[in-house]
Design a protein around this ligand. Sequence first.
Ligand code: SF4
Ligand code: SF4
Length: 129
Amino acid sequence: MHSIPCRIHNCHHCCIETEMLLIKSDIKRIQTKLGISPVKFVYQTEEGHWMLRNKTFNGEKICFFLQRDGLCSIYDFRPEGCQFYPCIWDLDSHKVVSDDYCPHFDEFVCDENLNKSLELFILKLFGKL
Ligand code: SF4
Ligand code: SF4
């Protein structure tokens, strides 16, 4: 199903000039569901991570999967990082925080209940799992 990335806030701010990192299972899932080559929607950063591609729309860079109407075209199988966001794992403090790039960051519950799942996500991201 296509959906606005944030149903509560009717927002897609974090899908503009996205720097969302993907884990291997994200890439496999999206590739299988859409039947398209991963090179179309991800690229490898200098650090070796896989990052969502942006496309240009009206002079603006937006996520490859963000539609012109502001909906995410892969909402039901979007990357894990998109599902967690704005909750992120802070590598310095080793805890879950809410990213203040999100205009509604203080309205999300990003607490220790997410520790395990976000830590697991980071381990996968760094190829430790
Ligand atoms: S995959 Fe969807 S939710 Fe994630 S950045 Fe792209 S448009 Fe936004
Ligand atoms: S996580 Fe924040 S920035 Fe992203 S769509 Fe939701 S409200 Fe907007």
